[in-house]
Write a protein that binds this ligand. Sequence first.
Ligand SMILES: NC(=O)c1ccc[n+]([C@@H]2O[C@H](COP(=O)([O-])OP(=O)(O)OC[C@H]3O[C@@H](n4cnc5c(N)ncnc54)[C@H](O)[C@@H]3O)[C@@H](O)[C@H]2O)c1
Length: 439
Amino acid sequence: MESVSNTDRRDFLKTSAVAATSAAVSQFTLSSAVYASGNDTVKVGLVGCGGRGTGAASQALSTEGNVKLTAVGDAFENQAKGSINNLKNNLGEKGDRVDVKDDMVFVGFDAYQKVIDSGVDLVILATPPGFRPIHFEYAVRAGKNIFMEKPVAVDAPGVRQVLEANKIAKEKKLKVGVGLQRHHQAGYLDTISRLKDGVIGDILALRVYWNSGGVWDPRLPRDKAKSEMEYQMRNWYYYNWLCGDHICEQHIHNLDVGNWVKGGYPVRANGMGGRQVRVDKKYGQIYDHHYVEYEFADGSMMYSQCRHQPNCWNSVSEHAHGAKGTCDISAYRIAVNGEDKWRSDAKGKDPYQQEHDDLFHAIRTGADYNEADNGAMSTMTAILGRMCTYSGKVITMEDALASNLSLMPKEFSWEADPPVLPNEDGYYPIAIPGVTKVL
Ligand SMILES: NC(=O)c1ccc[n+]([C@@H]2O[C@H](COP(=O)([O-])OP(=O)(O)OC[C@H]3O[C@@H](n4cnc5c(N)ncnc54)[C@H](O)[C@@H]3O)[C@@H](O)[C@H]2O)c1
């Protein structure tokens, strides 16, 4: 069985070489002359000023060379202003890199356009993922460099929108980073390059997990929300048009590692899931567990679990089973014939910082840098899994990716109805395997 084609192997080596080189080069002070005709200040805009957006902005402002945050946008004013304060307080002596004038704080559903049109060189897109394709396409058309968080969509039309917009991004040679930070984590790079070298032989199976007790509880009680739209936006995790379910929002990281090891994407999947523990109406419409079997073109498998149930076995990890041995990828360990053979001692930077160092290095030097196609296809891998667990059917990647079923609202305003509404008792429709249609 051929697990990774030669082309895939070459592409992988090219990608990891780029990552390794840029990681090494980022240790040096870069010549400002190479960036933007002598103007070496990279002006950054932030769209989506929550936990991760604020973190990503902090990492962008901690890269080498002159960099400033000049504009922020959020659906909610408290979020936008809170993020600016947090950044100033947490960046210490680099706090003066937060240079956002009052008229550069934008609020509402169109805040992203105003940030992107405000004269920034790079925009960070860190809203809930449902909005990402719209924001990404707008930023690409405006010719901006982009850091966007994963997942990059919640449905197949959104994934296709990102793939299409990215064709333009590549033509324009825009630099695009995607927040799948394991690709910038030294131990993962080291371990996966050994797997690519064939140390455990052809990869026959992968096991990937994001099993945990769950995430934040809904933040805004229903009686405090001014509209159903505000209620869902504040509590976005529990609504698929915003979040894509936790298989998409979190487990994408582990599925993406499996795809990376295989050098491709699954061609088919089946799965099962449901909600048994997190059943209160305040938890919207998402499942609390998914189990999916993904099949790659060469017949090898990726077995995937993600669970949000307290007091159970927890694991966030990836494992590969090869013809000659096994690998605990996330622990950077390889065993052959049941005996520990190798453990990476690669010591890298915090991968959240490294991914920004690498992106900014590319911006300043003009090197090719675009992670969006992989981000889109790993997002699609998660969406395919959700389609299988919701429907109970076997679904091919080809059919899933061609689906025209959009989860997004037709209109974005505080008065508009979101695409999923509660019944008179406040409960939302939950997918039922065997009944729910996903294609
Ligand atoms: N790479 C990682 O390890 C990692 C970790 C955490 C989160 N994330 C990703 O980052 C994204 C944000 O997650 P978070 O934890 O920061 O969530 P969050 O709720 O803390 O922040 C989201 C922010 O986006 C704002 N927002 C919502 N809709 C908006 C819109 N249309 N326009 C402008 N602002 C809007 C919200 O008001 C909020 O301030 C998600 O895609 C998540 O999956 C990635």
